[in-house]
Design a protein around this ligand. Structure first.
Ligand SMILES: [Zn+2]
Length: 329
């Protein structure tokens, strides 16, 4: 997820300054064919980071963005195309600010009082590539918000779209996003499931052997000698073979050796950032699969991919991480 902050400080909703205790997330889409976030979000003229935000988000020659007084709408974020054409998220209200996005439902209640909301910028609803990117971005944003506010995305009424809000009597009668998601095989049920999956830390599974190469322990061997002989480390052998006591190997024991199928020698990295995303492949364009906890991990393969200088495959089989946030140890 790429998250930029550009608060709509000139919008009356921002100025109203009311806060909520978030109980859920409401997903909207704009209902107009314009995938550019710049259509809706611009910095205020003269604000200190105006030039930088305009460079990232893009400009709006029509000056019809929502950072103006006199509008009766505002959400917490927009997902859509940024200046460089990539898909990202721009936060426009503090997350616990009361937004104006749901109107009033048939029950007389409003999700404005309970739900954080974001708008996905619609295109002409025929581009599957664009849809997949904004869907994934929305999954990641919602997962982050659910983590932040301790919300269960699978619980009743927590993660809903505008049209579901209407059915529940807490939002006005709009079709979003169910006029769009099903065109590409998605629904709010798949969305909630994907959010839940994205929140689950990847499980460390037993590691299949990296290569077919093995070594059979003979009398007098020590793990450190074997490691030295094969250009690896005791730690790597310990992890690769699930050895509990590095001082205890027995004659005839078959040890897996790292890396010979790819010629790549696995190495250990330290991850210190929280919530580093795990992905199904090398690149931000692949499926998010939860977060990696800070700690020490073994990398068994490297590759280039979008969103990071270099990607590394986790030995646990959980997926790939950006090596920009991992320090070789
Ligand atoms: Zn809506």
């Amino acid at each position: 997820m790429r998250l930029i902050k550009c608060m709509l400080t000139a919008n009356d909703c921002y100025k109203a300054g009311r806060t909520i205790t978030p109980k859920g997330v409401m997903v909207h889409s704009t209902g107009a064919n314009n995938p550019l976030v710049a259509r809706y979000v611009q910095p205020v003229e003269g604000q200190s980071n105006e030039a930088q935000l305009k460079a990232e988000i893009g400009g709006n020659r029509n000056a019809n963005d929502w950072n103006n007084p006199g509008l009766d709408v505002c959400t917490h974020a927009f997902i859509g195309k940024l200046a460089d054409g990539s898909v990202g998220t721009v936060q426009t209200l503090p997350w616990n600010h009361r937004g104006w996005h749901a109107g009033t439902g048939t029950s007389g209640g409003s999700a404005n009082n309970t739900h954080i909301a974001f708008e996905i910028c619609e295109d002409d609803l025929t581009d599957e590539g664009y849809f997949r990117k904004v869907y994934q971005e929305a999954v990641e944003l919602t997962a982050m918000l659910c983590k932040t506010y301790n919300l269960n995305p699978l619980a009743d009424g927590v993660v809903i779209c505008h049209s579901e809000g209407y059915q529940r009597g807490v939002a006005s009668n709009h079709a979003d996003v169910m006029h769009w998601f099903p065109k590409f095989g998605k629904s709010m049920d798949t969305f909630r499931a994907d959010v839940s999956k994205a929140m689950t830390p990847a499980q460390v599974k037993p590691q299949p052997p990296v290569s077919g190469k093995t070594y059979t322990v003979v009398k007098g061997d020590t793990l450190s000698e074997i490691a030295q002989k094969y250009g690896t480390t005791v730690d790597t052998l310990v992890q690769l073979n699930g050895i509990k006591d590095p001082n205890l190997i027995v004659v005839g024991q078959v040890l897996k050796l790292p890396g010979s199928t790819t010629g790549f020698t696995p190495y250990t990295v330290k991850v210190t950032v929280t919530e580093l995303r795990i992905r199904s492949g090398p690149g931000t364009d692949t499926q998010a699969q939860g977060f990696i906890e800070p700690g020490v991990y073994t990398i068994v393969e490297e590759a280039d991919g979008p969103g990071a200088k270099r990607w590394g495959k986790l030995k646990s089989g959980a997926g790939w991480i950006s090596l920009d946030y991992a320090e070789k140890v």
